[in-house]
Design a binder for this molecule. Structure first.
Ligand code: SF4
Length: 248
């Protein structure tokens, strides 16, 4: 009889917690206890690390990329370039449906009045729909990024039917930079222009020396998470439809 989700998550943490991230990714993708796994990637400042780890062992793994239609042009170009260079064969672009956009944000200005509602419309709802067929998803979250992530485990229960895999949970900036340099991986062009964390263009600003790496995300607001992971400390369970386009 198959173990329930929390038992499987506990077992995976027990078996792989001490692994380096690349080994953990390889073992997680091969372990029947994870089931159907997708990598969710923003193709942001540090995304190339996980994309490379996955491409090295299973390049046909589905990669879900949420295009909010508010991203920097540089991110869209980088997404195409990295997918091609790493040989990822199943990158899927996830977007809100035209009907949902027309109903909730016809002028594309919702982010000016409610960033939570805009993130739900453009990120959380479409991603939730796209994740419906998966048992687990790989995220790039790291403990150092936010207080809400300080106790992150490599494997965690997300819903009653799905887990999250956080291979980089215990890595810091130095390990990320070292991995990128060691494998000579392409960097997002905005990193060199002062963006250590990259989201949507209207909600991301450059970071000054000495500032937290995520200080440029929703600058001036209390908001620190887009809602894909947390809203008010809880994972969002939206029920609206989304739109998926396979691009590679
Ligand atoms: S980051 Fe800003 S523009 Fe992007 S979905 Fe959230 S509120 Fe909207």
């Amino acid at each position: 009889m198959r173990l329930d989700l929390s038992q499987r998550v506990a077992g995976l943490n027990h078996r792989y917690r001490a692994d380096d991230p690349a080994t953990l990714v390889a073992r997680a993708l091969a372990d029947p206890d994870t089931g159907r796994v997708a990598l969710v990637s923003s193709f942001g400042a540090e995304s190339v690390v996980l994309l490379h780890m996955v491409a090295e062992v299973a390049p046909a793994t589905p990669v879900l990329f949420v295009d909010t239609l508010m991203l920097f042009e540089e991110t869209l170009a980088y997404q195409r370039d990295v997918a091609q260079k790493l040989g990822l064969t199943d990158v899927r672009v996830i977007r809100a449906t035209p009907a949902d956009l027309a109903a909730s944000d016809p002028l594309g200005t919702l982010h000016q009045t409610s960033t939570d509602a805009c993130c739900a419309l453009r990120k959380t709802v479409p991603l939730e729909k796209a994740l419906a067929g998966f048992d687990a998803w790989i995220t790039g979250r790291k403990r150092y990024q936010a207080e809400t992530r300080a106790h992150l485990d490599p494997f965690e229960v997300e819903t009653e039917a799905r887990m999250k895999i956080n291979p980089l949970a215990h890595w810091g900036r130095a390990e990320i930079a070292d991995y990128i340099a060691r494998h000579d991986l392409p960097r997002h062009p905005l990193v060199a222009r002062g963006y250590p964390s990259i989201g949507c263009a209207p909600c991301t600003s450059p970071v000054a020396a000495g500032e937290d790496s995520r200080a440029g995300r929703w600058r001036g607001q209390d908001k620190t998470e887009c809602g894909i992971h947390f809203v008010n400390g809880r994972v969002v369970r939206p029920g609206q439809a989304g739109n998926t386009e396979k691009v590679a």
